[in-house]
Structure formats: structure tokens, C-alpha cells
Design a protein around this ligand. Sequence first.
Ligand code: CA
Ligand code: CA
Length: 168
Amino acid sequence: MKFYVRAVVLLSVLIEVQVGATSCLCPRPWVPFRDYCYRFEVKKATFKNAEKLCQSYSGEIVDSHLVSIHDSEEGTFLTMTATDIFDTSDVWIGLNDMHEEGNYTWTDGSAYEYRHFADGEPNAAITDEDCIYVYLVVGTWNDSTCNDLNPFVCKRPQWQWANNCFVD
Ligand SMILES: [Ca+2]
Ligand SMILES: [Ca+2]
């Protein structure tokens, strides 16, 4: 009996700790999805400045970048959340081929496997179309000029920021 009571107490403490921790993982205005936090920046910027601003939200190591998208669920989450927040339709994501034409990489260094370009894209319509935005109305991607001014989304692995916990 004693053991049972102890076990129940221990279990409830564990549950409490876990619930408390979860609510600290993506401090506002970051939005949680799976193991990452996403920050939707209404302010418009060039691709390079957007990436720079995303990196400035990092912790001790640079772990915050323009968003990378790795499957349709993540793409849908991004598109639906962004549609609620942004009043424009083109939103920078971290994909680009600035370093070598046709060789696409994510600014966060993750693997480029999933792709969701619109039909006929990427078309490099203008010689230097090296940066990718998502077109919110349909959720597909397009390569465009990196100096365009667009709102953007940052992505960072979940982290604990104990002083800024909130209740879901
Ligand atoms: Ca290109
Ligand atoms: Ca294009």
C-alpha cells in the first residue's frame, strides 16, 4: 500500500513536471508544430535580411533559420497559419539556389527531399530567381528574385525559455 501511494505521488509529480515543461517550449509569438517552433514575421524583408533576422532569434548556437518544409503536413500547417496572420500571399521560406543554379538548399542545412513547386516552377523566369516563396492561396512554391520584399517564417527546434511560459 505504501509503495502504491508513493508510486501514485511520484507519477503525479512526473505528469505535472511534463505538462509544465510543455507549455514553455514555444514562447509567444512562436507557434508549436511537432518538434519545432515557428515565428510568423509580418514585416517584409529581402530573403537575406529575413534569414538574418531569423538567425538573430537563435540561442547560444545558431539554431533559428528561415523555415524548411519536409512534408505536406508541415506545408499545410505553415500555409494555414500564415493565411490567418499575413494579408499578403507570398511568404519566404528557406529554400534557395543562390550558390549553384538548380542546386537547392535549405538555409537551416536540412535535407532537400520534399518539394512542392507549382506547375512550371522553378522556372528562373528572371535570370536571378534564386529564392523560394510559398504562394499562400494554393500553398505551392515559386522561385523569385531574392531582393523581393516578403513576409517570412522562421523555424527553430523547441527550446525551454522558463521565464516566458504560458498556459495553452
Ligand atoms: Ca535559380
Ligand atoms: Ca519562378
